[in-house]
Design a binder for this molecule. Structure first.
Ligand code: NAP
Ligand code: MG
Length: 404
């Protein structure tokens, strides 16, 4: 069989621990036998980030900008314990944070639905994709404890030094707390455009909610920016593909999400997205089945799994034990990136391969073959928990059949 040719390289961002091991296995077992894989490789493993003073992370994001599509392996975000474990020069920042800041993107998380893994809300028969605005609000706040007898005010000084003041609270009767938060119109607009673009791409409705009835200036600004961009730039495109943009209050949207059958995109303000993405991941069943893609407002895509480097499994792997780690979300990162590359470069055979890779992965799990964690929650009767390598080989048995 002739291997499928690529024209433009995919930006490949390698990572850490168990997912780094799985990364190579996926390429060897499932990709390179079928695709003449063309990547520009960046090693974002912590050892190499440390060697390059994290320059490699910046370079990889710049490459993503240049080529338009990247696929990323999970990476360690260093903490105090990692400083000693890896003998680090500095506590390097989260690579995802660095890449997101350079691409100015929004992260979309979407669960993979398979027979046997029943969401906690059984009416959810289609995936719900969640998008979190990853800038500002309480994540960039300034807060203080305020002693009794103090008066707290918001003060804005304009460029001519003129002050505008508003009372937050007069703490006459007791001690208290205050918090100052901000957001930026441009960031909200980028978020909105990423969401509208993603919805058009996925051909699914877009829902957005805030608390504009209570927060009449702050949250209302989010509502207005979304509405304005929709009217001016996306309304016609949405109507042409038959999808809807829908705004409501955050409490109303929760009720609607719970009652829904899924199949839409849910755009969330920063805090709502933080909380609700964990709720959705749990409700859909498994972190090993949650995909993630960063989409920039100008259409750059970076695909990854939502889970981390699965450290506990890696330490077992280092002891020579066989691990049972779920490779599915990482496989879908590859298939997503290859399909996007195929779309941009017009290579139908590559898009077809990406579809089949996903189908073979889902078929394997629906045939009962899966990792131990998934087997714990699967309702299938013929479950067969396997080690990571067997899992991948079983997927390939099905893929090879489909590729004939
Ligand atoms: P994690 O790697 O997602 O793993 C947490 C636990 O979830 C695992 O120990 C395992 O449970 C289960 N799990 C996650 N993915 C699995 C899979 N594919 N197959 C089977 N089980 C899976 O989170 P963490 O342990 O909190 O973080 C580990 C490292 O990853 C940290 O250094 C963190 O900085 C990094 N991280 C990176 C990213 C990213 O790059 N996007 C995201 C999150 C975390 P059991 O142990 O019970 O089997
Ligand atoms: Mg969270």
């Amino acid at each position: 069989m002739d291997k499928i040719k690529m024209t433009t390289p995919l930006v490949e961002m390698d990572g850490d621990e168990m997912t780094r091991i799985i990364w190579k296995m996926i390429k060897d077992i499932l990709i390179t036998p079928y695709v003449d894989l063309k990547t520009e490789y960046y090693d974002l493993g912590l050892v190499h980030r440390n060697e390059t003073n994290d320059q490699v992370t910046v370079d990889s994001a710049e490459a993503a900008k240049k080529y338009g599509v990247a696929v990323k392996c999970a990476t360690i975000t260093p903490n105090a314990q990692r400083m000693t474990e890896y003998n680090l020069k500095e506590m390097w920042k989260s690579p995802n944070g660095t890449i997101r800041a350079i691409l100015d993107g929004t992260v979309f998380r979407k669960p993979i639905l398979v027979k046997g893994i029943v969401p906690y809300i059984p009416t959810w028969t289609k995936p719900i994709t969640i998008a979190r605005h990853a800038y500002g609000d309480i994540y960039k706040n300034t807060e203080m404890r305020v002693p009794k007898g103090s008066k707290a005010e918001l003060v804005v000084t304009d460029e001519n030094g003129r002050e505008t003041r508003a009372l937050i609270h007069d703490f006459k009767t007791g001690d208290g707390i205050i918090q100052g938060v901000h957001n930026i119109d441009d960031s909200i607009a980028s978020f909105a455009r990423s969401c509208f673009n993603y919805a058009l791409d996925a051909k699914e409705d877009l829902w957005f909610a805030s608390k504009d009835t209570i927060s009449k200036t702050y949250d209302h600004r989010f509502k207005d920016i979304f509405a304005e961009i929709y009217e001016n730039e996306y309304k016609e495109k949405f109507e042409a593909v038959g999808i809807e943009y829908f705004y409501t209050l955050i409490d109303d949207v929760i009720a609607r999400v719970v009652r829904s059958e899924g199949g839409f995109i849910w755009a969330c303000k920063n805090y709502d997205g933080d909380v609700m993405s964990d709720m959705l991941a749990t409700a859909f069943g498994s972190l090993g089945l949650m995909t993630s893609v960063l989409v920039s407002p100008d259409g750059i895509y970076e695909y990854e799994a939502a889970h981390g480097t699965v450290t506990r499994h890696y330490y077992n792997y280092l002891k020579g034990e066989k691990t049972s780690t779920n490779p599915i979300a990482t496989i879908f990162a590859w298939s997503g990136a290859l399909r996007k590359r195929a779309e941009m470069d017009n290579i139908p055979a590559l898009a077809d391969y990406a579809d089949k890779l996903e189908k073979a992965s889902v078929k394997t799990m629906e045939d009962g073959i899966m990792d131990k964690n998934l087997a714990l929650i699967s309702k299938l009767e013929n479950k067969q928990p396997v080690d990571t390598e067997t899992f991948l080989k079983e997927i390939n048995n099905r893929l090879a059949e489909m590729m004939k």
